[in-house]
Design a protein around this ligand. Structure first.
Ligand code: NAD
Length: 478
């Protein structure tokens, strides 16, 4: 276990558990063994955390931005010092292979460093007035108390994506990690304590959806930022609506990859395969379905089957392993069921999808050919390593099928034709379009879904906008 703490972190301290606090076991998905047991935060603890964040607000927002940035650099440095602890933890509690765990920790640290650079760049505006002698001044103000509810798939990075923009813009937070992956968040709280982040600026509560529900409907919260499933996002929006609280929702996806007949097939196979196996197939922006043009379809399917079918699935602690476990039993059982149902409905297994002789929640990546364009697997998010491939007659059919989906998060296109690229980008109804590569947002870029994939945006200047309100002053000279 990488953290010695198992309870909420409020006002700069890990609080003592009350006798009536419920237990939550944290399991290693590779072995199903218990790593530790944490304490679920009661509604009173959530109240205390929100009150602590509120009490810390005034002092924190009045600190010069460069001072706040200094704390963020200190956080990044301390995370860097504990880099290996975080990597091992993500391998153990979430199941990432080492390379993916190192990638996540690096991105989380980089996020604090990047957001700290905004210290001298958060600008207001002076707008010329129609009235003589008047100034119209727009200033960005901290949004206040932020409730951040996180999923388990990139627990440390997604926590950092919420904490860093809040800190630089002068807000304070209460964060809840997912029930499967609380340890890295406890370690992050230890980092905040180690660098002397002022008490109450970062608070952590632990538990299941009920704790998240208590946060999202809390009258003391000014902004709810959520990353997770669309079903939960809808519930959060409903509870936040009661107090007209702003929400940011980063939700599910069903990313299509379109492979046109002129594409570099080696590139398309490699990028789509890497994307599909990233984090053991559990990434919201990863290629979840492929539409490939008929002239190159057989070759593409053969090659991607060979590429994904030869991977080794097992315990990420084993350096020869390419694919770790799914996060929990529910995820593994659901993925198996989805594959069985797709095959029963007429899909053909191209490669993978076997069983691993281990109690862990393993599922070797599977490639399937799906001829029925109405098959469920082309519409519903799997969030596991199954890649369905459907053959299309032309680009118009590919675009139509890609857009025929409730989600609008990420998409990708493989072609060497510039005009075709521009045309397809114009037509795709997705917040993100990757051309000749797969998902990975740049921190200075933009991340957001449309349709059922969410509301609001992250990264770059959009993060600053998300975590601030705009105040206008009209100043009249006499
Ligand atoms: P989830 O919705 O089950 O849980 C996410 C978090 O919400 C957890 O902390 C959970 O405890 C909490 N929660 C559950 N019910 C709640 C409620 N009623 N009120 C408040 N909080 C509640 O999602 P998950 O299974 O952890 O994550 C997988 C999903 O997240 C996938 O759909 C994936 O696509 C999506 N995701 C999206 C992005 C993105 O950036 N768009 C990133 C990562 C994951």
């Amino acid at each position: 276990m990488s953290s010695e703490h198992t309870t909420s972190f409020i006002n700069g301290e890990f609080i003592a558990a009350a006798p009536e606090d419920e237990d939550l076991d944290v399991l290693n998905p590779s072995t199903t063994e218990r790593i530790t047991t944490v304490k679920i935060s009661s509604p009173e603890v959530v109240d205390r955390a929100v009150a602590a964040a509120r009490a810390a607000q005034d002092r924190w927002r009045r600190l010069p931005q460069t001072e706040r940035a200094r704390y963020m650099i200190a956080i990044a440095d301390e995370m860097q010092r504990r880099h290996e602890d975080f990597v091992v933890d993500l391998m153990t509690e979430q199941g990432k292979v080492r390379a993916h765990a190192e990638g996540e920790v690096g991105k989380a640290i980089g996020y604090f460093r990047y957001m700290a650079e905004w210290a001298r760049r958060i600008e207001g505006e002076v707008i010329p007035s129609d009235r003589p002698g008047e100034l119209i001044v727009l200033q960005r103000r901290p949004i206040g108390v932020v409730a951040g509810i996180c999923p388990w798939n990139y627990p440390l990075f997604l926590l950092s994506r919420k904490v860093a923009p809040a800190l630089i813009t002068g807000s304070t937070l209460v964060i809840k990690p997912a029930e499967d992956t609380p340890i890295n968040a406890l370690m992050f709280a230890e980092v905040c304590a180690a660098v002397g982040l002022p008490a109450g600026v970062f608070n952590l509560v632990l538990g299941t959806g009920a704790v998240g529900a208590a946060m999202s409907g809390h009258p003391g919260v000014d902004f709810v930022t959520f990353t997770g499933s669309t079903a939960t996002g809808a519930k959060i929006m409903e509870s936040a609506s009661k107090s007209v609280t702003k929400v940011s929702l980063e939700l599910g996806g069903k990313a299509p990859a379109i492979v046109l007949k002129d594409a570099d097939l080696d590139l398309a196979v490699e990028k789509i395969a890497e994307s599909r196996l990233l984090n053991n197939g559990q990434v919201c922006t990863c290629a979840e379905r492929v539409y490939v043009e008929r002239p190159v379809a057989d070759e593409f399917i053969k090659r991607i089957g060979e590429r994904l079918g030869r991977l080794k699935t097992g315990d990420p602690a084993d350096p020869t392993v390419d694919v770790g476990p799914l996060v929990n039993r529910k995820a593994a059982d659901r993925t198996r069921k989805v594959l069985d149902e797709a095959l029963a409905a007429g899909a053909t297994l191209v490669a993978g999808g076997g069983r691993v002789d281990s109690p862990g929640y393993f599922f070797p990546p599977a490639v399937i050919r799906v001829d029925d364009p109405a098959a469920d697997i082309l519409y519903n998010e799997v969030f596991g390593p199954i890649l369905p491939v459907h053959v299309v007659e032309n680009v118009d059919e590919a675009i139509e099928r890609a857009n025929d989906c409730e989600y609008g998060l990420a998409s990708s296109l493989y072609t060497n034709d510039l005009n075709m690229t521009l045309r397809v980008i114009d037509e795709l109804q997705f917040g993100e379009v990757y051309v000749n590569r797969e998902n990975e947002e740049a921190i200075q870029g933009f991340h957001a879904g449309i349709k059922a994939s969410g509301i609001g945006g992250a990264d770059g200047k959009h993060a600053i906008e998300e975590y601030t309100t705009t105040q206008v002053s009209y100043i009249q000279r006499h």
